[in-house]
Design a protein around this ligand. Structure first.
Ligand code: F6P
Length: 570
């Protein structure tokens, strides 16, 4: 890998500093003086229509941002990523999540480090499709001969957030219409035993299929939950008389009710899952970039292979846009560069993502791992310190719920919070309130919020409504609060794939400008190690307690004093 470019040394950075120094944001005046602004700053990427015009940019600022992208080599590094260069320097790995969605007949073939990536990807996709079809058609049966009614994914981080988010987003397709197979997906992630207890509540072990999803197959939470689920299965099947308590019967139960997804197939076998029921992927797929790998197996089972493959096609469409569109019209790259503008020049520390789609209620949580695990770094890919602030905090909730919770701060607080609004023209459920289309009313809120944030309300306008005195200031809105509006015709699997890939490549663009490796996550390791050291202290091991700091010791004391022994199933 070439050394990262310090973005602060580029001429584009100096230009942007000058723009910042002279910036007097005035979206009202900018729109009034420039009838072409909305059209010029609106772009299409695959099925997504993206309006950047309510951002705090002028043509000159955008031109400088484009130059920053050029001078930091964003497009070149994107091409390197697609080609399999080891841009994940700290782990010496290629970064090839884009290969997971290449069509089977893509040319030229992608061969990386001697591996025919296209062949391997499609071999696993074929196995996933065949497996999902067997489960959905009822050919695959549980140990009592019954059909599977519930698929339960056990995983955490990237092995959970993507599958949960996509399942929630596309659930109407799973439960209604031709794609429906009557299989519900559930998800267990947290090592808090409440998660497993509540998620398995009401399930029949005889009709439940577990997918243990873990890239490394070493993750404490996932393996603990997988063992608990296995115990739950055995106990339930024994209680109903379906199996006896011999090892052979238990093994047979696991082979009918457990499959696994991992890059570590040897560890899957050690857990007792038949390698024939294991689906692999590769170390060049980061956890937070893995929903489109075999990690999506629970989605294929619940939503159907056609929906999953349409999702992949959507990802690929955004990859093609990103790889082939000049920077000045390249939607993910421009959105990434805008985030750099807000973070490094205008002092934004957070970024809101506000889906106007209840079905996307887990999208902000998904994006938190994607963006913050990727770009929450203080050193560059060569180990040197970063020259600027890096990853901002991403957060959000679906509209309109957020409007009645935290929008006050976005409208009138002291902080700059760029926000992405995401909406779909056609609803999943076209309900009417009398004659009124409720989805239309919903989207009117989307448009109203972005308008209010951009254009505000002046003191004169407030006074013209009859308000006087100190109330005028309280009812005044400054405006000039930046938003990006993302519209698509409908939340289909394809559009969802495009949306996810859009944010993957926004994240990539920011990481490249900052010179950081967006594909490792060393920052989560220390806590994992310490949890293993503290576990014996929780159990009361005096030597382990003595090793802890005074605060931790005091908390352990509180824990021991208040912990009651009771039946965990009570
Ligand atoms: O939180 C760290 C992390 O390594 C994530 O990057 C990953 O998605 C998650 O743990 C789960 O890891 P695995 O899929 O290996 O169980």
């Amino acid at each position: 890998m070439t050394a990262p470019i310090d973005p602060t040394t580029t001429s584009a950075w100096a230009e942007l500093q000058q723009h910042k120094a002279g910036l007097k944001p005035d979206l009202r005046a900018w729109f009034a003086a420039d009838p072409g602004r909305a059209g010029r700053f609106s772009l299409d990427a695959a099925d997504l229509h993206v309006d950047l015009s309510k951002n705090l940019i002028t043509d000159d600022i955008l031109a400088s941002l484009v130059r920053l992208g050029e001078q930091t080599g964003v497009a070149e590094r994107f091409a390197q990523m697609l080609a399999g260069v080891h841009i994940n320097t700290t782990e010496d790995r290629a970064v090839l999540h884009t290969a997971l969605r290449r069509p089977a007949d893509a040319q030229p073939r992608l061969v990386v480090d001697g591996q025919d990536v296209d062949h391997d990807v499609h071999e696993v996709l074929g196995r996933m499709r065949a497996f999902a079809e067997r489960v959905r058609s009822g050919q695959w049966r549980g140990i009592t001969g019954e059909r599977v009614t519930h698929v339960v994914n056990i995983g955490i981080g990237g092995s959970d957030l993507g599958p949960v988010m996509v399942y929630e987003a596309l659930k109407p397709a799973a439960t209604t219409g031709t794609g429906a197979a009557g299989i519900e997906a559930r998800f267990i992630s947290n090592i808090d035993p409440t998660d497993l207890a509540q998620t398995t509540a009401g399930l029949d072990p005889a009709t439940t299929l577990f997918v243990v999803a873990s890239k490394t197959f070493t993750t404490l939470e996932t393996l603990t939950n997988a063992r608990l689920a296995r115990d739950w299965l055995w106990a339930g099947l024994q209680a109903s008389g379906a199996i006896d308590d011999t090892d052979e019967a238990r093994k047979d139960a696991v082979s009918h009710h457990f499959v696994a997804v991992s890059t570590a197939l040897d560890k899957v076998a050690e857990f007792g899952i038949d390698p024939a029921n294991a689906f692999g992927f590769w170390d060049w797929v980061g956890g937070r970039y893995s929903v489109d790998s075999a990690i999506g197996l629970s989605l294929e089972v619940a939503l159907g292979p056609d929906a999953f493959e349409e999702l992949l096609a959507g990802f690929h469409a955004m990859d093609v846009h990103t790889a082939s569109t000049p920077l000045a019209r390249n939607v993910p790259m421009l959105m990434g560069l805008l985030n750099v503008w807000y973070t490094n020049f205008l002092g934004a520390q957070t970024h809101a993502v506000l889906p106007y789609a209840q079905l996307l209620h887990r999208f902000p949580a998904y994006l938190q791992q994607l963006t913050m695990e990727s770009n929450g770094k203080s050193v560059r890919w060569d180990g040197s310190p970063v020259a600027t602030d890096t990853g901002e905090v991403f957060w959000g909730e679906p509209g309109t719920n957020g409007q009645h919770a935290f929008y006050q701060l976005i409208h009138q607080g002291t902080r700059l919070i760029p926000a992405d609004f995401i909406g779909f023209v056609n609803p999943a459920y076209p309900l009417k309130d009398g004659d009124r289309d409720v989805h239309g009313l919903f989207l009117a809120n989307f448009l109203a919020q972005t308008k209010a944030l951009a254009f505000g309300k002046t003191a004169e306008e407030v006074e013209a409504e009859g308000t006087t005195g100190p109330l005028v200031a309280a009812r005044t809105f400054s405006g000039n609060r930046p938003t990006t509006s993302i519209f698509a015709p409908a939340l289909t699997p394809r559009v969802l794939g495009e949306l996810i890939a859009l944010y993957e490549h926004i994240t990539f663009t920011q990481g490249t400008v900052w010179g950081i490796n967006s594909f490792d996550q060393w920052g989560v390791e220390l806590g994992k190690q310490l949890a293993l050291q503290i576990a014996p202290a929780i159990e009361g091991d005096a030597a382990a307690v003595a090793e802890q700091d005074p605060s931790t010791q005091a908390l352990l004391e509180y824990y021991r004093a208040h912990r009651e022994e009771r039946d965990p199933r009570r």
